[in-house]
Design a protein around this ligand. Sequence first.
Ligand code: RB5
Length: 147
Amino acid sequence: MKIVIGNDHAAVALKMEIMEYVKSLGHEVINIGTDSIERCDYPVFGEQAGRAVTSGDADCGILICGTGVGMAIAANKVKGVRAGVCSDTATARLMKEHNNANILTFGARIVGPELAKDIVKTYLEAEFLGGRHQGRIDMFWEIEKGK
Ligand code: RB5
């Protein structure tokens, strides 16, 4: 898969580790995050990753900031994005199986590198279950259309 990865200054080291890990799993990485620890604004990266996913340039996204929360909020402002913050592997699986999340976010100040890798692997390997969950995804679209 083609995976867009973004981060702010709080998550440079973890982003580097996650990029290498994702490549080692056989995926292609598009790095849109900062590689510098100079302070920057996470909404810029959240939006950029969201647009990469909704345009089809990337199959899905991984966003890392201090907590993962700001990135999720920013990415979810892009129509068609379903981003969720995750700090455990059960959520990583269910956010794909039930919510068909197209962006995974987590916090470099919250999860350590080993757990982060497990979360990423679980998320990437999980599959959307469809069925009754599809109707709920359709309801997201209705909300976005303002109905
Ligand atoms: C940056 O200090 C921090 O606010 C940011 O990385 C993130 O945690 C926001 O949600």
